[in-house]
Design a protein around this ligand. Structure first.
Ligand SMILES: *[C@@H]1O[C@H](CO)[C@@H](O)[C@H](O)[C@H]1NC(C)=O
Ligand SMILES: *[C@@H]1O[C@H](CO)[C@@H](O)[C@H](O)[C@H]1NC(C)=O
Ligand SMILES: *[C@@H]1O[C@H](CO)[C@@H](O)[C@H](O)[C@H]1NC(C)=O
Ligand SMILES: *[C@@H]1O[C@H](CO)[C@@H](O)[C@H](O)[C@H]1NC(C)=O
Length: 489
């Protein structure tokens, strides 16, 4: 055999049977074209026309990603039909999506379960471009009055993520469990669904948007099912200081030790912006743009098994903090509200200092050095240990250092996007009662700080030297104590 054909044979063999240590992932942030707001349902044809307009744009992103070698692409929640629906007005947008067990390639057999034009088009997009496609569509399931949960109109509607493999086969279907406020058009499935599938480049799990704040199914996919990569379609409304999309989603990937492929919807008037290919172990591409209404494709290579990377280690979040003595809490301790949670704050009065501050059983510790002090801004260190009750109920344990919106203490915890103060170094730790802690560092103008901080094995969030070249907005250990959540109805 000539050398070239040997190489070809090896390549063919490798692509068929080998597992891949690395793969190329893509996400597309999409500025979705919305249907007109209406209280009377439009026709199926009008709904299809609108959905096809959105898919036309997604298809361009899929083609570009495939041409650049991507194995998989994630598109956003609500990316095909938008939002502002009632139960009635969503109907023409829904299709019955079968269980992936039926082993179906809609592109090859479109009528097998009755007309399914949207599923067929998505499947063909995957097949014709030889790429896994992740999309969000609406599923409908007829139910009978004997079924106690069956809605009056005789069907369940689900906010649904679907995955087609590179042959166009349906390999995953996930019904969103944690619906957000206002998703009145959809039903909650009776039980949280754990949806995973295997590929030559690792084990995948999937959930949608608000799910990320809860144990089921989000954390359970990692803890109980050992997935490597999470597919995450979202329509995330940014909320400073702790819940901006790129900030929280990158922190979740880091805290959980998984890749998280986050594709957000783009609509700046709704503060929906910010996507990324987040991984626990390397500098990540992300996109955050509030200046125009353009979509954005991101492509990056990732480890197929991030927890097997040489740079990965498990973290004991409370180790350092449970071994040290408390420092004083400072002379200016006060209470303030952050997203309606009552924090205890202390002001960072000096250029350098050490503080400890506690709420109930959680004590947070800070050691910091500022590069300079600006009289027009103040920073505080704060703690919150309690049940958050606005826009969802979930128990938090948070240690945070942040810039106040103004020099008025009452503004501490309010949203602020720019800062002047740079830090030479900081170290934050807390004696958390949970092992689910997400490390967030946000720079002025909503930039992430890849390579400017790390978390040590003992749970300390510490800055790296690069941090001093950028003004800081906040640095946070955002803990979720799932066991203390109210049990769902
Ligand atoms: C963003 O969404 C709102 C409705 O929530 C809509 O009125 C507005 O037109 C959207 N913006 C764009 C650029 O589509
Ligand atoms: C929107 O902003 C992004 C990022 O700044 C830029 O790449 C893109 O070209 C802009 N699009 C338009 C239509 O101006
Ligand atoms: C990950 O590493 C563990 C321990 O070193 C090994 O047993 C396992 O096979 C590795 N998994 C993969 C998928 O490489
Ligand atoms: C955290 O530290 C404080 C102060 O040392 C202590 O009172 C508290 O019990 C600790 N909490 C836990 C969960 O160990």
């Amino acid at each position: 055999m000539a050398p070239a054909s040997i190489v070809l044979c090896i390549l063919l063999w490798a692509s068929r049977c080998q597992t891949l240590d690395k793969f190329i992932a893509a996400t597309y942030e999409h500025a979705v074209i919305l249907p007109d707001e209406t209280i009377t349902p439009i026709s199926r044809q009008e709904a299809l026309d609108l959905m096809n307009k959105n898919i036309d744009i997604l298809e361009e992103a899929v083609k570009t990603a495939a041409q650049q070698g991507a194995h998989l692409i994630v598109t956003p929640e609500d990316g095909i039909y938008g939002w502002r629906f009632t139960r009635e007005t969503i109907y023409p947008f829904l299709e019955d999506i079968p269980d992936p067990d039926v082993d179906w390639i809609p592109c090859s057999d479109p009528e097998r379960f009755g007309p399914a034009p949207i599923q067929t088009r998505l499947s063909c997009m995957a097949k014709h471009n030889s790429i896994y496609v992740v999309a969000n569509i609406g599923d409908k399931k007829l139910c009978s009055p004997c079924d106690v949960g069956c809605p009056d109109d005789g069907q369940y509607n689900y906010n649904t993520a679907v995955v087609y493999d590179s042959n166009g086969k349906l390999v995953a279907r996930y019904h969103k469990y944690n619906l957000f406020l206002g998703e009145v058009q959809f039903n909650v499935p009776k039980k949280p669904e754990i949806v995973t599938f295997d590929t030559p480049f690792g084990k995948f799990g999937i959930f949608i948007c608000f799910d990320i704040l809860f144990y089921y199914p989000a954390a359970a996919l990692v803890v109980e099912h050992n997935v490597d990569t999470i597919l995450f379609p979202t329509a995330w409304m940014n909320l400073l200081p702790h819940l901006t999309a790129i900030e929280f989603h990158s922190a979740w990937a880091m805290g959980m030790g998984v890749n998280l492929l986050s594709a957000n919807t783009h609509n700046t008037s709704n503060r929906m912006a910010g996507s990324g290919i987040f991984s626990p172990d390397k500098v990540i591409p992300y996109y955050y743009n509030m200046k125009n209404e353009s979509g954005q494709l991101l492509i990056s290579e990732l480890n197929s098994h991030p927890r097997n990377s040489s740079t990965y280690y498990p973290i004991t979040w409370n180790l350092y903090a449970s071994q040290i003595e408390n420092s004083p809490s400072g002379s200016n301790v006060f209470n303030g509200y952050l997203f309606a949670d009552e924090y205890t704050f202390t002001e960072l009065k000096e250029l350098h200092g050490q503080y400890s501050i506690c709420q109930d059983n959680l004590c947070c510790h800070l050691d910091y050095t500022m590069a300079e002090k600006h009289s027009e801004e103040i920073f505080v260190f704060g703690v919150f240990n309690g049940l958050h009750t606005v826009e969802g109920e979930y128990y938090l344990q948070v240690c945070t250092m942040l810039k106040c919106q103004t020099t008025d203490y009452r503004s501490c915890g309010e949203s602020v996007e720019t800062a002047l103060t740079r830090f030479d170094s900081f170290s934050i730790s807390g004696n958390f009662s949970t092992s689910f802690v997400f490390p967030e560092v946000l720079l002025t103008n909503i930039h992430l700080a890849p390579d400017m901080f790390q978390v040590l094995k003992d749970g300390r969030l510490i800055s790296k030297p690069g941090i001093s070249s950028h003004p800081l907005l906040s640095a946070t250990l955002f803990g979720r104590w799932y066991e203390k959540d109210p049990t769902p109805k």
